[in-house]
Design a protein around this ligand. Structure first.
Ligand code: NAP
Ligand code: MG
Length: 486
C-alpha cells in the first residue's frame, strides 16, 4: 500500500482561508515512513508569511460568517465533519500508519477517536452556557461564555488525530477560529482533516493548517500578536518556550507536557485482571504516549509474581512494520530511536533486565525499531525511573505499604495520570485523593481513552484541561454582565 493510494489531496500545500495554497517560501520537507526509512512524499515548509496569513484569515472568520454562526450551526458542521471522518476512517488510519509508524489497529482507533471528539463537541456546542448570579436587590447579573478568538493549536506526532480532535474540536465548538501547526513528522492526518473541514462546509478561515518546522512555523505562531489562546501538547522544553511567548502577548495557554505515570499494584488486587493492562498501558504506540504507565510500582507480597508474569508477556511482544499491525510499530523518527536507545543502553549497564521482546525479521534495518524492555528492582530515583523515555520501556519498583507507594508515585517532576489496583475501597479513595496527578484510574488504566474525561497534568506535566466538557471552559472567557433595574 502506498501513500498515493490513500491520499485524496495534495500534501505539499497548506490550508489557509478555506483554500489550498503553496507555502510562501516554496520549500518542502520530506515525509519518511518510519517502518522502512523510505521517503514517501513531502509537505510544505510553512514560514512566518504563511502563519501570518493564517492568523489573519482566522480573525477574518471571527469577524465574519464563522463569528456570526449560532452554536447550533457550529455543532451541525462538527457533526458533518465527524461523519466524513468515519467514512474515511480506514484511509486516515492507513495515512497515519505510513506517516508515523503506528500499527494499523491503533491508528484505526485514532481515526474513530477523532470522529468521536467531533461528535462529542458537536453535541456540546449549544449546551455551553453562563450562569445567573444572585446579587443585591435591583440587579440582574449573568455571565456569558465567549470564545477567545483565534486559537493557536500546536500538536505533537504521537497521537495527531486524537490531539487535533480534542483541541480543534473543542475550540470550534466554543466558537473560536483555529490555526493548527502539526508536528513535522506527522502532518498528513492534519492536512486530511483540513480537507474534511472544507468538504463539511466549515466557513473559510475557521480552520487553517500550516505545516512546517517547530522552530519556524511553530515559534512564529506561538509569538504571533494576533493569537488569543494557545493550546500546546509536546515536550516540557518547548512548553516552557510557548508559555514565555504567550506571556509576551498576555494570552492564556493550555500545556500538556507528558509524564512518568505510575501504575500501582497492591497485593490485595485481582492480578488476573491487572496483568494485561500493566504491560499494555505502556506498550500502546510503542510507549510514545504522554500517559504511558512507564513506572510499575508493586507491593512486596506480589512483586515476584508480577515480575514473572510481566516478563512472560514481554517475551511475546513483537515490533514490526506498522501495516502488519503487530503489538508495536517502529518509533516515529531516527531521533526518537536514538533517544530511547540511549535510555535502554544506560538501563542495560546499570539495571537488571527482567525480559525483553523482539524485533521481527520482516522489520527493515532502516526502520526505527527498538525492542520493548522491562527493567526490574529499580530504585525510584534512578534516571530511568525519573525521566520520560517515550519508548517501550518500563521499570518495576517494589514498595512496602501505602505511604511508600504514594511517596514513590508522587516523587517525580511530573503528574499526569496514575493507576491503582486494589480491592480495598478505603484505600482506593485515599490514593485518589493523595496522588498528585490529573487523572486517577482505579482497577483500570486509561479507560479506553475516554474522550469525555477531562485530562491534563500538574507540575511539569502542564496545566489546563483538555477533553470532555471541561475543555470548553479553557476555550472560552467569561464576561460578567451586571444590569441595574434603575
Ligand atoms: P516538541 O518539540 O515539544 O514538539 C511538539 C510540537 O511543538 C511539534 O508540533 C513541534 O513541531 C512544535 N515545536 C517545536 N519547537 C517549537 C517551538 N520552538 N515553538 C513552537 N512550537 C514548536 O516535541 P518533540 O521534539 O517532537 O518530542 C520530544 C519529546 O517530547 C519526546 O521525547 C517526549 O518526551 C515529549 N513529547 C510529549 C508528548 C505529549 O503527548 N505530551 C508528545 C510528543 C512528545 P516540529 O515537530 O515540527 O518540530
Ligand atoms: Mg513520517
Amino acid at each position: 500500500m502506498s501513500l498515493k493510494d490513500v491520499l485524496w489531496f495534495d500534501p505539499r500545500r497548506i490550508f489557509i482561508d478555506g483554500e489550498w495554497r503553496n507555502a510562501a517560501g516554496g520549500q518542502t520537507i520530506d515525509v519518511e515512513n518510519p517502518s522502512t526509512g523510505e521517503v514517501i512524499g513531502a509537505i510544505a515548509r510553512g514560514s512566518s508569511a504563511d502563519v501570518d496569513a493564517a492568523v489573519r484569515a482566522a480573525q477574518k472568520a471571527m469577524d465574519g460568517e464563522w463569528g456570526r454562526m449560532t452554536a447550533t450551526e457550529r455543532g451541525r458542521i462538527l457533526m458533518k465533519m465527524s461523519a466524513i471522518v468515519l467514512e474515511r476512517a480506514d484511509d486516515l488510519a492507513m495515512i497515519e500508519a505510513l506517516d508515523v509508524g503506528k500499527p494499523l489497529h491503533q491508528s484505526k482507533n485514532d481515526s474513530r477517536a477523532l470522529a468521536r471528539y467531533l461528535e462529542f463537541y458537536a453535541g456540546a456546542a449549544d449546551k455551553l452556557f453562563g450562569t445567573t448570579i444572585p446579587y443585591q436587590n435591583g440587579f440582574t447579573v449573568y455571565t456569558l461564555r465567549e470564545p477567545h478568538g483565534v486559537a493557536g493549536i500546536i500538536i505533537p506526532w504521537n497521537y495527531p488525530m486524537q490531539i487535533l480532535g480534542r483541541g480543534v474540536g473543542a475550540a470550534l465548538a466554543a466558537g473560536n477560529a483555529c490555526v493548527l501547526k502539526p508536528a513535522e513528522d506527522a502532518s498528513l492526518s492534519s492536512l486530511a482533516f483540513a480537507e474534511i473541514a472544507r468538504e463539511a462546509g466549515v466557513p473559510a478561515g475557521a480552520v487553517n493548517v500550516v505545516t512546517g518546522l517547530g522552530t519556524e512555523a511553530g515559534a512564529v505562531l506561538s509569538e504571533h500578536p494576533g493569537i488569543h489562546h494557545i493550546s500546546f501538547t509536546g515536550s516540557v522544553g518547548t512548553g516552557m518556550r510557548i508559555q514565555a511567548a504567550a506571556a509576551r502577548n498576555v494570552v492564556p495557554v493550555t500545556l500538556e507536557l507528558g509524564g512518568k505515570s505510575p501504575h500501582i499494584v497492591f497485593d490485595d488486587c485481582d492480578l488476573d485482571k491487572a496483568m494485561p493492562t500493566l504491560v499494555g498501558a505502556c506498550m500502546q504506540n510503542a510507549g510514545q504516549t504522554c500517559s504511558a504507565a512507564s513506572r510499575v510500582l508493586v507491593q512486596r507480597g506480589v512483586y515476584e509474581e508480577v515480575k514473572r508474569r510481566m516478563a512472560e508477556i514481554y517475551r511475546g511482544l513483537e515490533a514490526g512494520p506498522a501495516v502488519g499491525s503487530h503489538a508495536l510499530g517502529p518509533l516515529v523518527s531516527r531521533k526518537q530511536k536514538q533517544l530511547v536507545s540511549s535510555f535502554i543502553d544506560i538501563g542495560r549497564k546499570e539495571l537488571t533486565v527482567a525480559a525483553e521482546g523482539v524485533i521481527r525479521d520482516d522489520a527493515s534495518d532502516a526502520g526505527n525499531y527498538v525492542p520493548p524492555v522491562l527493567f526490574a528492582d529499580v530504585s525510584p530515583d534512578h534516571k530511568l525511573a525519573q525521566e520520560e523515555i517515550f519508548g517501550p520501556v518500563q521499570v518495576l519498583i517494589p514498595f512496602e505499604d501505602e505511604d511508600e507507594a504514594l511517596k514513590i508515585a508522587n516523587g517525580t517532576e511530573y503528574g499526569l495520570v496514575a493507576g491503582v489496583w486494589t480491592k480495598d475501597g478505603g484505600r482506593q479513595m485515599r490514593m485518589a485523593r493523595k496522588l498528585e496527578v490529573g487523572q486517577v484510574f482505579i482497577n483500570n488504566y486509561g479507560a479506553g481513552g475516554g474522550i469525555e474525561l477531562p485530562f491534563g497534568g500538574v507540575g511539569k506535566s502542564g496545566h489546563g484541561r483538555e477533553k470532555g466538557f471541561e475543555a470548553l471552559y479553557g476555550f472560552t472567557r467569561v464576561k460578567t454582565v451586571t444590569a441595574s433595574h434603575g
